[in-house]
Ligand binder design. Structure first.
Ligand code: AMP
Length: 420
């Protein structure tokens, strides 16, 4: 029987792993210098958590969620996104009672039953930030700046930060009414999904990809015209803060975000070199979500981005992410006595953090030297018959060809030379 990987998933093969490590490490680093701590939640949660937070009519919940029942008939879902689980944990662990700001980040796989294509998978890895505790527009800018600095720090240049405000629930209600008035005359021409959206969340009409719906939506009123005074002041302060941080942005009133829980600031970072799936990351404020999930009423803001599209963008921009590790030293032996001499060494070297390769299956000296060259190791540590007789090892610099003989004990000297 031929086993195949499930559609919409992929293996991260060894020769790509170093790139993943690099972008993951960089994210951990930038989150740490801004005071964010990592949180890890399970990959599955009660399905109702997502229905409650993302909205039962959202595409994610309606069409894309992997649901299953456990042996006792309880309804679970593989998490389609990271914010609701983080907020669930925040509330469950009483972090909302502390009274101070909470700065969290996460990294992990998410699952959506989506139509697979380049940059769109059914299991994908997200990195995300959640700032919980304040409505101060400084924190909107802080969260956005982390994302911006992360992506530009990795070397991406063709980025566009798009910013919008979706207002508070009051402004949203006014806007929904305006949208219904706008779409009402064309209702019969909208796709079946949009006809449902019209009744439920008319803002989702703006997100539809069906060409005829896009055409109808082209002149829809803008959310920004329906912001109340407080939301206008907040939005303008976010822009001022971004300006002071010298982060360039454009206003895009069409950014609605797919999930129900967003309030005020909404943003997306688009990479101009990718095709249809050009959104690298997105996020926004969710001032009502914590209360909705059973906690206190506490404002919050966050974002999530996908590593797959990030790596595609880095490839597209030909950013070098270094290379897979090469050995510091390749150990070469000839004969059984040499191998016995060298094993304690090998162990000491690795214990000291030196990357040492050894392959006793390669019997001949020539084959081992060839393998050492091939591995691009900086040094070869050679123990042949002569070395065994003299209780010595030869350390050869494979780049310069220079070599020196060293007494077999102690290994500290070799460790020093290799670490230099
Ligand atoms: P969202 O949670 O839908 O706002 O998505 C945030 C980011 O996650 C997007 O900008 C993408 O980078 C990534 N993403 C979302 N869905 C997928 C998917 N199906 N496959 C790969 N990446 C995704």
């Amino acid at each position: 029987m031929d086993y195949k990987i499930p559609r919409g998933t992929y293996d991260i093969l060894p020769q790509q792993s170093y790139k993943w490590q690099k972008v993951i490490d960089a994210f951990r680093k930038i989150a740490a210098v801004c005071g964010y701590q990592e949180i890890t939640t399970p990959v599955f949660e009660q399905a109702s958590l997502f229905e409650r937070s993302s909205g039962e009519s959202s595409d994610v919940v309606k069409k894309e969620m992997y649901r299953f029942q456990d042996q006792k008939g309880r309804e679970f879902a593989l998490r389609p996104e990271g914010t609701a689980p983080v907020v669930r944990s925040y509330v469950e662990n009483r972090l909302d009672l502390g009274g101070s700001n909470t700065k969290l980040f996460y990294i992990g796989p998410m699952f959506r039953y989506d139509r697979p294509q380049a940059g769109r998978y059914r299991q994908f890895y997200q990195y995300g930030i959640e700032f919980i505790g304040s409505d101060n527009p400084y924190f909107d800018a802080e969260v956005i700046s982390i994302l911006w600095n992360y992506l530009t720090g990795l070397g991406l240049r063709r980025l566009r930060l798009e910013l919008n405000s979706v207002g508070c629930p009051q402004c949203s209600t006014a806007y929904d009414t305006a949208l219904r008035n706008y779409f009402q005359p064309s209702l019969a021409d909208l796709c079946p999904d949009c006809q449902l959206r019209f009744g439920q969340k008319p803002r989702r009409l703006l997100d539809c990809k069906v060409p005829s719906c896009k055409q109808i939506a082209a002149y829809a009123p803008s959310q920004l015209e329906y912001l109340d005074d407080a939301c206008k002041v907040h939005f303008s302060a976010v822009q001022d803060n971004l300006g002071l941080m010298q982060i360039p942005f454009t206003i895009n009133p069409r950014i609605v975000r797919g999930l129900d829980y967003y309030t005020n600031t909404a943003f997306e970072i688009v990479y101009e070199g990718l095709g249809a799936q050009n959104s690298l990351a997105g996020g926004g404020r969710y001032n009502g979500l914590i209360e909705q999930i059973g906690g206190k009423s506490i404002p919050a803001i966050g974002f999530a981005g996908g590593f797959e599209r990030l790596l595609l963008a880095l490839d597209e921009e030909e950013v070098e992410l270094g290379a897979p590790g090469v050995p510091d030293v390749y150990v070469i032996t000839l004969g059984e006595a040499a191998q016995k001499l060298v094993l304690p060494y090998l162990n000491a070297l690795r214990g000291a953090g030196i990357y040492a390769e050894f392959d006793p299956d390669k019997a001949s000296f020539k084959a081992q030297l060839k393998a050492a060259d091939h591995s691009q190791a900086r040094f070869a540590l050679i123990v042949g018959e002569d070395e065994v007789a003299a209780n010595q090892v030869t350390l050869k610099n494979l780049q310069s060809g220079e070599q020196q003989t060293l007494p077999l004990e102690p290994s500290d000297r070799i460790i020093q030379l290799l670490k230099a």
